[in-house]
Design a protein around this ligand. Structure first.
Ligand code: PLP
Length: 293
């Protein structure tokens, strides 16, 4: 089936879609992005993703960012053209195309916008059933991890190192010994009192849309949640550890490096939240889920 991409005002076949070699995304990683889950034809938490996209564009000072309503219409069209029922929508916005020079280009330069969509979403059944392992690594990213920038080389390197070690993801640790997140998901634990713990929002982590949704789901079901800084020691003493993310949903962690977490099986809290998150996905209505207001 032919795939389609949106590139700067045009819908093109995926194979012929191109951007300029002087696009600042290519030259400087001067761009931001979002990955949105599409579930049975519905966009999941699109308003949250649009809010974060606008926030990222603001933080990196894009002078005239594309309008949210236009982005919403393009997003839906890209998903429709690609006949994606369940998969991901990818949105990337760069500062624009201009002769290579570090300072921002002049006023006339417009942001470049690319959107693609592809089939397939969510963790494998075996990862969900058995839980996954993490590999501990130093967090080598910049100091504004709250901005969803396309500058992902440290994430790529840590994910690759995890994969090479047979692990699913990286467990990133800052030089002060505190856990930040993983290369593409937020990290949670359930402490010995049964309280859910995840790192507070701040420049050290990306504010995950799934993190926020799972927090609401947990609180609505009466589970205690604490946003707090935690360390490897807390991870090893935890009753449960799990990840949240657009593509991982709620995914139990059963090993960190060579250490087994609790009894080595997905925990009751993570499984319950996973099921509730699944119900949340199913609750979307295709007629309203694309509204971005
Ligand atoms: N942290 C990082 C570094 C990520 O790249 C991602 C998602 O890609 C997340 C957390 C999870 O965020 P979300 O739930 O919005 O997908």
């Amino acid at each position: 089936m032919t795939r389609f991409a949106y590139v700067n005002g045009r819908y093109e076949t995926h194979s012929s879609a191109t951007v300029s070699i002087e696009d600042r995304g290519y030259q400087f990683a001067d761009g931001i992005y979002e990955v949105v889950a599409v579930w049975h034809g519905c966009a999941i938490d699109l308003v949250g993703h649009m809010d974060r996209l606008e926030r990222s564009m603001n933080e990196v000072q894009f002078p005239s960012p594309p309008l949210r309503r236009a982005l919403g219409i393009i997003a839906q069209e890209v998903v429709r053209l690609n006949r994606v029922r369940t998969g991901i929508l990818y949105i990337q916005i760069n500062r624009g195309t201009a002769p290579r020079n570090h300072p921002f280009p002049g006023e006339g330069v417009k942001c470049s916008v690319v959107m693609t969509a592809r089939h397939g979403l969510g963790p494998s059944a075996s990862d969900v059933d058995n839980g996954v392992s993490l590999k501990i690594q130093e967090d080598q990213r910049w100091k504004r991890r709250d901005i969803k920038t396309i500058g992902l080389l440290p994430n790529v390197l840590t994910k690759q190192a995890a994969k090479a070690a047979g692990a699913f993801e990286a467990l990133l640790v800052d030089p002060d010994g505190t856990i930040t997140e993983s290369s593409a998901a937020n990290v949670w634990l359930v402490d010995k009192d049964g309280t859910l713990v995840t790192r507070p929002l701040g420049p050290e982590i990306l504010g995950g849309i799934t993190r926020s949704r799972v927090m609401t789901i947990a609180q609505d079901t009466g589970r205690p949640v604490r946003e707090a800084i935690f360390t490897l020691e807390d991870v090893f003493a935890a009753r449960e550890v799990f990840l949240t993310g657009t593509t991982t949903f709620v995914l139990p962690v059963t090993n960190v490096d060579d250490t087994v977490i609790a009894n080595g099986h997905p925990g009751e809290v993570a499984c319950d939240l996973r099921d509730r998150y699944q119900a949340f996905l199913d609750s979307h209505d295709p007629r309203t889920s694309w509204h971005v207001a």
